[in-house]
Design a protein. Structure first.
Length: 312
């Protein structure tokens, strides 16, 4: 049984998807649709811009979705359609890519929502007030305890449960820095601040959650063609009315990726295709459950390898 998963922020690179667009008209059409939706030459930025501008949250989020959907359309042109999967999931903004892939939202609406989401998340907290840090070598429960001890009246939360040895905390900068020291005292192998522009997936993002509630209320959402594993629940849903509330909750809630992958495994998934930029999710999945076979698909060469394997 197969699942398709879609990456989140941090996977962006200059040039991503350009070879897909050159090889597959349907992939090129995705980038063009996103450009038209945003009224911006985002594909030009992705392919020929500078990484600092691409990494701005308001650009990175729709760009990564465009890359994921372009890779999916290329797969479909080769007969490797989404219908071969039983579930879809995505890491943080990747959940929007998953929903667009499953037909719950149009690519145009998804691009506009991610532009709003990226801008709202950036504007929710003044630069320098918040921070995020990766803690390696402690499990989720231990990091929750560290975050609670570090808060001291400020916000400090376990924000991303990525895999058994990697949890990210988010909140006020001073509290996150206290968490680094406490994590090391608790036996963490490493605890480092992350180069991010805002403290995502914590209570400080509440203004962004309110903005997303308004934006999502104005978008038509259909029943997805496949069950979607929600970040905040680590279980699948297919109710179109639930999508709005889960995406709002996701802005301030933890990304429960480790549990999501374990849920997929328990449902019988033994193969996961990471569709879009990079291979970060594949690495996490292998650390969560080595019994799951992973394929990262971001280029025509990756698609050719899948075809070769299918024909073997």
């Amino acid at each position: 049984m197969r699942a398709f998963v879609f990456p989140g922020q941090g996977a962006q690179t200059i040039g991503m998807g350009q070879d897909l667009a050159a090889s597959y008209p349907a992939a090129k059409a995705v980038f063009e649709e996103v450009d038209d939706a945003l009224g911006q030459d985002l594909s030009g930025l992705i392919w020929n811009g500078d990484i600092e501008t691409l990494t701005l949250t308001a650009n990175a989020q729709p760009a990564l979705m465009a890359m994921s959907l372009a890779a999916l359309r290329a797969l479909e042109m080769e007969g490797l359609a989404l219908e071969t999967a039983s579930f879809v999931a995505g890491h943080s903004l990747g959940e929007y890519s998953a929903l667009a892939a499953a037909g719950a939202m149009t690519i145009t609406d998804t691009a506009l929502l991610l532009r709003i989401r990226g801008t709202a998340m950036q504007e929710a907290v003044p630069v320098g007030v918040g921070a995020m840090a990766a803690i390696l070598g402690l499990d989720f429960a231990a990091v929750i305890a560290v975050a609670e001890a570090a808060a001291q009246g400020e916000v400090c939360q376990a924000a991303n449960d990525n895999d058994p040895g990697q949890v990210v905390v988010s909140g006020h900068k001073a509290a996150v820095e206290r968490a680094l020291d406490l994590a090391k005292e608790a036996g963490a192998k490493r605890a480092v601040l992350l180069p991010v522009s805002a403290p995502f997936h914590c209570a400080l993002m509440q203004p962004a959650a309110e903005r997303m509630a308004q934006a999502l209320a104005e978008v038509e959402i259909s029943t997805p063609s496949l069950p979607v594993v929600a970040n905040v629940r680590a279980s699948a849903f297919s109710d179109s009315e639930l999508i709005r509330s889960l995406l709002v909750e996701q802005v301030t809630g933890a990304v429960r990726w480790r549990e999501s992958v374990s849920y997929l495994a328990a449902e019988g998934v033994n193969e996961i295709w990471e569709v879009g930029a990079g291979k970060a999710l594949s690495g996490m999945i292998r650390r969560i459950d080595r019994a799951i076979a992973c394929q990262a698909i971001s280029s025509p060469e990756d698609i050719a390898k899948l075809q070769d394997a299918a024909g073997a």
